[in-house]
Design a protein around this ligand. Structure first.
Ligand code: ZN
Length: 329
């Protein structure tokens, strides 16, 4: 029952059992005891808190709210919240509006080991994807929705891409004249060809992102992101500057990359990582015919961006019906 996620260039395993045999865990446990931190002695203590802002209490209440918004229908989608080096995940296949704190999984991001694994439940299939947002963006929370508006905008971009490709426009990533890496918000990082060629999952990133401008609501989207490119507990996030400060202005263009869907959610990891690499300012990645991943420094920021994007996606659908262009170019 092992899932995998990338940690830097190496691969780690999430272990559901055998913690007693794990030397790293034993060392950590001893250090924790010596330091007087007793939290790890009982996995149940990880989910027991009277604080309404504790991830164990927030995740059930937010999942219920997202269910009512139509974001996590049919047990798909969800949210993960990080508390220091511990990440809290919901289980897979559980009714989102009925999740309880005792259903939650707790992963130690330092060890790549589950400290709490409530059998017979299984962790959400989104786990490795949420993990990417923590490790690459230093996110404090990541939300995944199956919002119909998110799905529909990916269909419209796909349609647009097919039409443009038929006319000979940006059929490959080497044609970056429109919709490619360099034209997005005017400041996207241009990857070297060598690095680009070596990026796993790159072929599953659509050659064109969802782009929209001149909408008041895009002012709710951060202009840039922090890049940790490593291990969040070893990094002082307060000292890392975002790739662009502040939030998008009314005159900016919002660009959200889109990746191809896969048969299994966890198989999205490589393309999600590639999209994060290619769009360093983006706080979200759309998944074609599937939904969207959105992250933020805190759960409040992630939720605010997710709400703003959902509003923008819905508006974009209505705009397209009225033949109102998304951008001026
Ligand atoms: Zn999903």
């Amino acid at each position: 029952m092992a899932e995998q996620a990338t940690r830097g260039s190496s691969t780690i395993n999430y272990k559901d059992g055998g913690m007693r045999d794990n030397k790293e865990y034993q060392t950590r446990l001893r250090q924790t005891l010596e330091a007087g931190e007793v939290e790890l002695l009982s996995p149940e203590m990880l989910i027991s808190s009277r604080d309404a802002e504790h991830p164990a209490n927030l995740i059930p209440s937010l999942c219920e709210a997202f269910y009512k918004l139509g974001w996590v229908t049919g047990t798909g989608g969800g949210i993960s919240i990080r508390k220091g080096a511990l990440a809290y995940f919901a289980p897979s296949g559980v009714q989102k509006e009925r999740i309880k704190p005792e259903d939650l999984f707790v992963l130690d991001l330092r060890l790549g080991t589950y400290l709490r694994y409530p059998l017979p439940l299984k962790p959400s299939q989104c786990t490795p994807l949420f993990h990417l947002s923590f490790m690459k963006r230093g996110a404090g929370a990541c939300i995944h929705t199956h919002s119909q508006w998110a799905v529909l905008v990916t269909l419209l971009v796909e349609q647009e891409l097919q039409q443009r490709t038929a006319k000979g426009g940006f059929a490959t990533w080497d044609d970056r004249s429109m919709g490619g890496i360099t034209d997005l918000t005017g400041a996207e990082r241009s990857l070297s060809k060598k690095r680009w060629d070596a990026t796993p999952g790159r072929d599953a990133v659509l050659h064109r992102p969802f782009r929209i401008s001149r909408l008041e609501q895009i002012k709710g989207i951060p202009a840039g992101q922090k890049h940790t490119d490593g291990y969040i507990d070893d990094v002082d996030l307060s000292k890392i500057e975002p790739s662009r400060p502040g939030y998008l202005s009314y005159y900016d263009t919002l660009a959200i990359p889109i990746i191809e869907n896969t048969a299994h959610e966890e198989d999205l990891s490589a393309s999600l990582a590639a999209a994060i690499e290619m769009y360093p300012h983006s706080s979200a990645v759309l998944v074609k015919r599937h939904g969207v991943y959105v992250w933020g420094e805190t759960w409040v920021k992630a939720k605010t961006v997710c709400e703003s994007l959902d509003y923008i996606f819905q508006l974009a659908i209505e705009m397209r019906k009225l033949n109102a262009p998304w951008t001026e170019d």
